[in-house]
Design a protein around this ligand. Structure first.
Ligand code: HEC
Length: 145
């Protein structure tokens, strides 16, 4: 076999120099979850997660929940959020307008998104009681524009 050319060595060295250090691993996970949120969730839930994304128009019969709500999101257990994220709203008797992500995102990515959602609305709080039922806009409200 030929000895590696200087060019190949330079590429290998560059890869080593620019490889992220293990110290930044946690930061990398956080930014991956943020990127996934911006890409897959923000159009409905808004970049800040407040439920005011560009797709949350009057045409959408069910409002994307405000993920920053400290009185709504903490009603959902981690299991429930994971179920919704994986299988969509109907897995928790919620609207199918909340899509399933189990075929798009890995288990780890969904876990990281759950952690990200918890940074917005806070941890599960059983004192608040079960989640409120889906509020649907009536057909009348939709045609009344
Ligand atoms: C097409 C619009 C849409 C997109 C895209 C979307 N959602 Fe939702 N989401 C909804 C709607 C609508 C609801 C409210 C469903 C209901 O109340 O019946 C909801 C509810 C939720 C809830 C609260 C319900 C629960 O069981 O936890 C969470 C958390 C959530 N979404 C997170 C996400 C995340 C994270 C993403 C991206 C991976 C995402 N959503 C993408 C529309 C969307």
């Amino acid at each position: 076999m030929n000895a590696p050319t200087p060019r190949v060595l330079a590429i290998v060295l560059a890869a080593l120099v620019f490889a992220p250090s293990t110290g930044s691993a946690e930061r990398a996970f956080k930014s991956a979850a943020k990127d996934n949120f911006k890409w897959h969730c923000a159009q409905c839930h808004g970049e800040k997660g407040n439920g005011k994304g560009p797709n949350a128009t009057a045409d959408l019969p069910v409002e994307p929940r405000d993920l920053t709500s400290k009185t709504d999101i903490p009603r959902f257990t981690d299991d429930q959020v994971t179920k919704t994220l994986t299988h969509g709203g109907p897995a928790n008797e919620l609207s199918s307008i909340m899509p399933p992500w189990g075929n798009t995102l890995s288990k780890k990515e969904i876990e990281d998104l759950l952690a990200f959602v918890r940074t917005l609305g806070g941890p599960f709080n059983p004192d608040l009681g079960p989640p409120e039922k889906t509020k649907r806009k009536t057909d009348a409200a939709l045609s009344d524009r």
